[in-house]
Ligand binder design. Structure first.
Ligand SMILES: Cc1cc2nc3c(=O)[nH]c(=O)nc-3n(C[C@H](O)[C@H](O)[C@H](O)COP(=O)(O)OP(=O)(O)OC[C@H]3O[C@@H](n4cnc5c(N)ncnc54)[C@H](O)[C@@H]3O)c2cc1C
Ligand code: FES
Length: 499
């Protein structure tokens, strides 16, 4: 079984150099996922000097772990958006997604980017095992509401996957996310952008200056496109408070070859919580499906094999005879009110985060909004995505998400048991009390043992082993670290201390 996301087949190496000299640019972009790369392409097109700095390789984190449905249908249901915001604002959120889809398809067509873009039908189906009568009424109402807002949608009694009541959406899309961002990155470089991979931004010693690797970058404005935002040059208290409006969830995906050509190309999801999401595509007899779901709060479940098995069971019911070839997991960032935070956090800093499972479209929308900000223009959804907005009706959700922090902070410390790191087996990771310290000990498949502090450098919670990804994940705000302690996802900005 291949445990690397399917999109990385035939592509794993860095395509751009690392940074080894000081730079001065108009715009610094930190992070090379869909958000950062789209921004580099757009900003270079404005005739400004731009540098993009990526810690790993382009798309190496969530953009490479996605299932890449391109849809304006948000993970937060339309009726929920209307209840939290208003009918007009719910429509605006979907319009932002549709705008991004139009940008993606026209950019691919104009520049002949080969990334298997395909227009497909999308379905939102009632979850099996729910009160179908109640769900059917809600789906009928949502289909009508979406149509009245100008989105082509129809209620149907039976979807093609699970034969449940559903909404059918026309003109949705799917593509290969890495081929797309690689194409955009090439275009950005041809427009003059400088792209650096395997280079980490480690510090913002003062406004307008960032440390990246051994180099210093001077910039006029910075775009923090790191999925979970770095503190950047905002103050620590502000950054910590901002963090309490978000929560990281792990989500799982399996890719399977399909036995015949009977299942049509489509994107599909259901209304379960957590929900299942499926894409089907291919040519002739060579067809495959990717099924995702089984989400849980990052760092709060260590039995990933059970999650994959649950997905395989679901897939065998949906498409009998499918052969699973790949499995992987990734993170989605949820916000307190269900919409992302996109916009400036100071005169010279712009952030984009909290895309839930809509980062392909809303991450693209964020890059378009960055360009607006630089041009001094605005789109209608600017206020809606404003990072400082107050959505009072989401306060209950805010409290629910953040109750974890004090509880985990204390409980996880009490439950650490005394142990000997030498007892760790290959492929295993465990948090132990050892020589008076709480240590995170992991052994790789070649038998090498790494021992670091189990205390998350963000705000001091105890990390937990993620057996699916062989990483240390923090249950409080979702920071993630390699088995050897190197930080791979914030809000933590420092590595685990190595012993
Ligand atoms: C399994 C799964 C399925 C999904 N399905 C869909 C879907 O069908 N449709 C959809 O629209 N969305 C989907 N999503 C969500 C979507 O993939 C993400 O929202 C999107 O990829 C986020 O893009 P990004 O550019 O913000 O972040 P990322 O792709 O994570 O990029 C951020 C980059 O910043 C880099 N970075 C971090 N810190 C630093 C630093 N200090 N210095 C330099 N670089 C740094 C990281 O290495 C990373 O590459 C899915 C996600 C997952 C995990
Ligand atoms: S304490 Fe906040 S991410 Fe670990």
């Amino acid at each position: 079984m291949n445990t690397t996301p399917y999109w990385f087949e035939n592509r794993s190496k860095a395509l751009h150099p690392s940074l080894d000299e000081d730079l001065e640019v108009d715009i610094l972009i930190v992070g090379g996922g869909i958000c950062g790369v789209t921004a580099a392409y757009l900003i270079a097109g404005e005739g400004l000097s731009v540098a993009l700095v990526e810690r790993e390789i382009l798309g190496g984190r969530d953009t490479g772990h996605t299932t890449a449905h391109l849809t304006y249908m948000t993970d937060t249901r339309l009726s929920e958006l209307v209840a939290t915001f208003s009918r007009r604002e719910a429509a605006l959120a979907w319009e932002a997604g549709r705008d991004a889809m139009n940008f993606i398809s026209s950019t691919i067509a104009e520049n002949e980017i080969e990334c298997f873009l395909k227009t497909v039908t999308g379905y939102l189906a009632a979850a099996r095992g729910t009160d179908v009568g109640q769900e059917k009424t809600l789906l009928q109402q949502e289909a009508l509401m979406a149509r009245q807002m100008g989105f082509e949608s129809h209620f149907m009694d039976s979807d093609p996957v699970t034969h449940q009541p559903c909404i059918r959406f026309e003109n949705q899309m799917e593509f290969h996310p890495l081929l797309y961002i690689d194409g955009l990155a090439r275009l950005a470089v041809s427009r003059g952008a400088k792209i650096f991979e395997e280079t980490s931004v480690t510090e913002f010693p003062e406004p307008g200056t960032a440390k990246a690797g051994n180099a210093t970058i001077k910039y006029k404005r910075v775009f923090i496109a790191t999925h979970v935002p770095l503190q950047g040059d905002s103050n620590t208290v502000g950054a910590a408070l901002f963090q309490t409006k978000m929560a990281l969830y792990s989500t799982y995906a399996i890719k399977a070859d399909l036995p015949g050509s009977s299942t049509p190309d489509m994107i599909w999801s259901d209304t379960a919580d957590p929900f299942l999401y499926l894409r089907v595509q291919g040519d002739g007899d060579s067809r495959f499906a990717i099924l995702g779901g089984e989400d849980h709060k990052t760092g709060q479940d260590q039995h990933s094999d059970d999650r994959y098995e649950a997905l395989e069971k679901q897939l065998s019911q949906i498409v009998p005879g499918a052969t699973v070839t790949h499995r992987w997991s990734g993170q989605v960032v949820e916000t307190v009110d269900g919409l992302p935070f996109i916009g400036p956090t100071s005169d010279y800093q712009f952030i984009a985060t909290g895309f839930s499972g809509n980062g392909m479209t809303l991450g693209t929308a964020a890059a378009l909004m960055l360009r607006d900000w630089i041009r001094g223009e605005e789109r209608e959804w600017k206020e809606l995505f404003d990072p400082s907005r107050k959505t009072a009706s989401a306060l209950g959700e805010y409290l629910r998400e953040n109750k974890d922090f004090p509880v985990r902070m204390i409980a996880d410390r009490i439950h650490v048991k005394e142990g000997d790191p030498d007892s760790i087996r290959p492929g295993e990771g465990r948090v132990l009390e050892h020589q008076g310290k709480r240590v995170a000990a992991a052994r790789d498949q070649d038998g090498r043992l790494s021992i670091c502090s189990a205390v998350c450098p963000h705000m001091g919670c105890i990390v937990a082993w993620n057996e699916a990804e062989s990483t240390w994940d923090c249950p409080c705000h979702g920071s993630r670290f390699e088995a050897g302690g190197k930080v791979i996802a914030g809000p933590a900005e420092k590595d685990l201390e190595v012993f």
